[in-house]
Design a protein around this ligand. Structure first.
Ligand code: 3PG
Length: 314
């Protein structure tokens, strides 16, 4: 079963908002996004090249998640959909554009900045809305206050978001994804600085996913010996240890583990801020999971010199 558009938005977490002057730049730009690890784009109808750019992207990379932004009229919505846009974004709540997209059965995320606009969108059954212009409106604090009465609405804050302020938005459970142009500034595209775009996309993903090694678990032949060693360690260094039937933990970072289900040498634990976003990201890089998610962990189909790898949300 293919994933829903809101699920895709949530998995990507970051949607590059693009203003492109020349449709010829669309394919190398998309390659830069793919190379950065983020095959997603919202191409805004702020320029005459938008429609052709969406066509070029869809033709060259049908798997890329491309949508249209700054859609202000039903005519633009129709042209965007015909060009291959998988979703439609607008800066404000325009009932005509919203109704048109709903009739076409295409996901539309109109911008809202007040509870009244939010309720007008709710009236039409929309559950995913753009919060725009996020930072000028008061940022995350404003979004938290405004969204409090509406428990099942999710937001895509956009406007003034960058690598520095991205993370707190994403950590708010009502935020599906953040949109922004900071990785794909118009001048970077027109001057063909595609390497710089790849670099900025990687930086944004690094901030979002927050990968780090949080634990090394060596396989222990004899857990009773490991436990005795841990007690000695605690007595000498006065550091915390924790003992269980399957593991002797010397600290958060280092432990000895029984051999159930770990690699010949042991297990590495890689932390991430978002399991739901890290798993699809790794899948795009060819790394699959070996198990279903258990609690806040999933086993990766990856072995590093005898170490199995566990991905854990922190
Ligand atoms: C948009 O078109 O959605 C916004 O202009 C993007 O905002 P930003 O340029 O501040 O990221």
């Amino acid at each position: 079963m293919s994933k829903s558009i809101p699920d895709m938005l949530e998995e990507f977490g970051i949607i590059p908002v693009i203003k492109i002057e020349s449709a010829e730049d669309a394919v190398p730009l998309t390659k830069a996004l793919i190379d950065g690890g983020l095959p997603a784009a919202e191409v805004t109808f702020r320029t005459a090249a938008a429609e052709q750019a969406i066509k070029n992207i869809s033709a060259a990379y049908p798997e890329v998640f491309v949508g249209a932004g700054t859609v202000l009229t039903t005519d633009q919505a129709q042209r965007a959909i015909d060009a291959g846009a998988k979703f439609i974004v607008s800066p404000g709540f325009n009932p005509k554009v919203v109704d048109y997209c709903l009739e076409q059965n295409v996901t539309v995320t109109p911008g809202i900045s007040t509870p009244s606009e939010l309720e007008a969108a709710l009236e039409r059954g929309l559950k995913v809305l753009k919060f725009f212009p996020a930072e000028s409106l008061g940022g995350l604090e404003m979004l938290k206050s405004m969204s409090a009465p509406y428990s099942d609405v999710k937001f895509i804050p956009t406007g003034g978001i960058n690598a520095e302020n991205l993370l707190p938005y994403l950590k708010f459970n009502k935020v599906l994804a953040c949109g922004g142009s900071w990785m794909v500034k118009a001048e970077l595209i027109s001057t063909k600085k595609f390497d710089e775009i790849t670099h900025l996309v990687r930086e944004a993903l690094t901030v979002m996913l927050g990968f780090r090694i949080i634990g090394v678990r060596l396989k222990a032949e004899r857990l009773d010996r490991a436990a005795a060693l841990a007690r000695q360690f605690q007595a000498v260094f006065n550091l915390p240890i924790s003992l269980s039937n399957s593991m002797v933990q010397f600290s958060d970072a280092f432990s000895l583990k029984k051999d159930d289900g770990v690699g010949a040498a042991g297990e590495l634990v890689i932390g991430t801020q978002f399991l739901k976003r890290a798993i699809p990201f790794l899948q795009r890089s060819g790394i699959k999971t070996n198990s279903a998610i258990q609690g806040n962990c999933v086993e990766l189909d990856l072995e590093l010199d005898g170490f199995s790898v566990l991905l854990q949300e922190y």
